[in-house]
Write a protein that binds this ligand. Structure first.
Ligand code: HEC
Ligand code: HEC
Length: 280
């Protein structure tokens, strides 16, 4: 019964916190290495949110400060590894990433993902793009979604867009995927019969146990989580939230998580890319 006890305490924590006033997120301004990032903005009219906040705004001052200085940010050890990996030859074609790309070419890419891939006939995430280059252009093995090399590379590539506003395509061929993601976001699932929206839309700003609930935005991913003692992908976080409500999570890289990633990105349009962010 231990599991159920944990689950019930989540519901109890939320119902209790519903009775207290919304706790305004921190008023802090995020300045990283001298650059001011957008962590809140007025939501557009068609948004289900009144106001859009980065997850950074809900963290403690100690966690927040780790993200303001790249020397303090624990994710930067992985970025260092990716800098070396980028130059390393791998696969039967005898190429490194640097044989075909310079890292600066990826400026802006993170802000626009997931994006439509006509050949695949579906949206692709950064992990999928990197693995396509590895298999098609390098004849190398794909990296696992959550492998250290993949997390390091998605951090390093994402970093090239730091400060740029999230802006994803949700029309044209992306429309049905965004709709699918929206359905998943509002669907009640798991033993607790809860949806993403019940926590991240109806209750953001409230406390759930000892955690300050955010809007569940993804502009900082991959994030370094102190609890994980390392980096984790967007799909790992989705998976963890689903497990917390005793639901069977979708697989990393599944169509469901790709659709959810697209939809969640669209809810945070205008926020600055913070990759790699730090969370508790
Ligand atoms: C032999 C050349 C080659 C190598 C080596 C290579 N790529 Fe690529 N990459 C391409 C080509 C060509 C494209 C564009 C067409 C496509 O998407 O397949 C591309 C596209 C990309 C894109 C999308 C760029 C954009 O702005 O749309 C990313 C990101 C990327 N590669 C990352 C990597 C990484 C990381 C590595 C090393 C692990 C790598 N590539 C190795 C040829 C290469
Ligand atoms: C029972 C409440 C609950 C539900 C339901 C829930 N989450 Fe979360 N989620 C949390 C908590 C607690 C955290 C950690 C604190 C925070 O950032 O809100 C979190 C964090 C996140 C984050 C990280 C935000 C950041 O800035 O680091 C994302 C993304 C996220 N959730 C997405 C989702 C999605 C998508 C769903 C639905 C599949 C979902 N969550 C369902 C409670 C929930």
């Amino acid at each position: 019964m231990k599991k159920l006890g944990g689950a019930l305490s989540i519901v109890l924590a939320l119902s209790l916190s519903n009775s207290v006033a919304f706790a305004e997120p921190d008023e802090n301004t995020l300045v990283v290495e001298g650059e001011t990032l957008v962590t809140d903005l007025e939501a557009p009219e068609d948004s289900p949110l009144d106001h859009i906040y980065s997850g950074w705004r809900f963290r403690s001052p100690e966690t927040q400060s780790l993200q303001t200085d790249d020397f303090e940010n624990p994710a930067f050890a992985a970025v260092e590894n990716a800098i070396a990996e980028f130059e390393t030859v791998d696969g039967d074609a005898g190429k490194s990433c640097a044989s075909c790309h310079s890292i600066g070419d990826f400026e802006g890419l993170r802000a626009s993902l997931p994006r439509w891939n006509e050949k695949l006939g579906k949206p692709e995430t950064l992990e999928m793009i990197i693995n396509r280059s590895r298999t098609e252009h390098m004849q190398a093995e794909p990296w696992k979604w959550e492998a250290p090399e993949m997390l390091a590379m998605t951090s390093y590539i994402g970093l090239q867009s730091r400060g740029q506003p999230v802006d994803v395509q949700t029309d044209g061929p992306m429309e049905e995927w965004a709709k699918k993601g929206e359905e998943l976001y509002y669907a009640k699932v798991g033993q607790l019969n809860m949806s993403c929206s019940q926590c991240h839309e109806d209750n953001y700003g409230n406390m759930i146990r000892a955690d300050h609930l955010s809007q569940g935005q993804i502009n900082g991913f991959p994030v370094y989580r102190l609890k994980w003692g390392g980096l984790g992908s967007i799909h790992r976080r989705f998976s963890g939230c689903m497990k917390n409500i005793r639901a069977e999570p979708y697989k990393h890289g599944s169509d469901e998580f790709i659709a959810l990633e697209l939809y969640v990105a669209s809810r945070g349009e205008g926020l600055s890319v913070e990759t790699p962010a730090v969370r508790n």
